[in-house]
Design a protein around this ligand. Structure first.
Ligand code: C2E
Ligand code: MG
Ligand code: MG
Ligand code: MG
Length: 279
């Protein structure tokens, strides 16, 4: 079901393996130029704090407006970027663009953070930290402007390097979230040592929690675990009111999903907020 949804409208990589490789090669060349040609853009998805009904931040999600293939979701090119050494420029573009948006919102008196996703590869890049610091300095950014999301599976690819990078980011006073939590096999001992502030429950559990008792139990357990470790807990993939109500009953802190809003361009954010029932 999820895979079907992910592939809907994107028939790009269908066909045989050779064809797939050829398409990857072309796309890789395209991606190299995409940044300079201004073809990448960020959509922002609101995060809502359940207790106050307030929008407490947004997550920046990258898109690629490809001249031939149309709007591509990150699943179509982030992996490609990771495998071809293009992930660092992509991450830095995302961070810099998010900081620019954050600066504009700051000028409007809005202090809510923007979350930026880092990839597994970023965690192993020793120069990344310096570049992040440079980007922050350029915008005169405060540490709370940006939060970083790292998937549990990315952290587990290289637990030692991840721990070092996370500690260094923490030294910059950044807020850190483990994304897609529950799918990455981290041990509780490791989790307890990580300098993170929140856990984001993987959407595969959240979208099923009202129809599948097992998923509901996992969601409840993650919420309890997070709170026992003094972490804030976020649920992603909240698609309907029933799920939202149940998450409230379970004590979840923050929600994100189509029930609240799809990811939207920054220009639409104010309008959306005025019209929405979240304030
Ligand atoms: P993620 O960080 O876990 O983001 C959540 C994904 O779920 C987003 O897909 C979002 O549009 C989608 N989503 C949000 N609400 C709902 C909902 O209610 N139901 C369902 N079914 N889906 C929902 P998107 O934007 O296609 O991004 C997919 C993944 O690509 C992200 O997962 C993240 O891991 C990665 N990604 C996105 N932007 C970046 C980026 O700038 N850098 C890196 N390294 N990865 C990125
Ligand atoms: Mg994320
Ligand atoms: Mg996620
Ligand atoms: Mg995900």
């Amino acid at each position: 079901e999820q895979a079907k949804r992910a592939n809907a409208g994107f028939a790009l990589f269908q066909g045989g393996l050779d064809q797939e490789c050829a398409q990857h090669l072309t796309l890789m060349g395209d991606l190299r130029r995409a940044i300079d040609r201004n073809e990448l853009l960020l959509y922002y998805q609101p995060k809502v704090e359940i207790a106050s009904n307030r929008v407490c931040g947004t997550e920046a999600l990258v898109r690629w407006r490809h001249p031939q293939h149309g709007m591509l979701p990150p699943d179509e090119f982030v992996r490609l970027a990771e495998n071809t050494g293009l992930i660092t420029p992509l991450t830095l573009w995302v961070l810099d663009t998010a900081l620019g948006q954050r600066y504009a919102w700051h000028e409007e008196g809005d202090e809510r953070p923007i979350s930026v996703n880092l990839s597994a590869h970023d965690l192993r890049d020793p120069r990344l930290l310096e570049r992040i610091q440079g980007s922050f300095a350029t915008w005169g950014a405060k540490p709370h402007w940006i939060e970083f999301e790292l998937t549990e599976s990315a952290l587990m690819e290289d637990p030692v390097a991840s721990m070092q990078t996370l500690s260094a980011l923490k030294e910059l006073d950044a807020h850190l979230t483990i994304d897609d939590f529950g799918t990455g096999y981290s041990s509780l001992a490791y989790l307890q040592k990580l300098p993170v502030d929140s856990l984001k429950i993987d959407q595969s559990f959240v979208t099923r929690m009202t129809s599948n008792d097992g998923s509901a139990k996992i969601v409840r357990s993650i919420i309890e675990l997070a709170h026992n470790l003094d972490l804030t807990v976020v649920a992603e993939g909240v698609e309907d009111q029933l799920t939202l109500n149940q998450l409230g009953q379970f004590g979840c802190d923050i929600v994100q999903g189509y029930r609240i809003s799809q990811p939207i361009p920054a220009e639409q954010f104010r309008d959306w907020e005025v019209r929405s029932t979240w304030h």
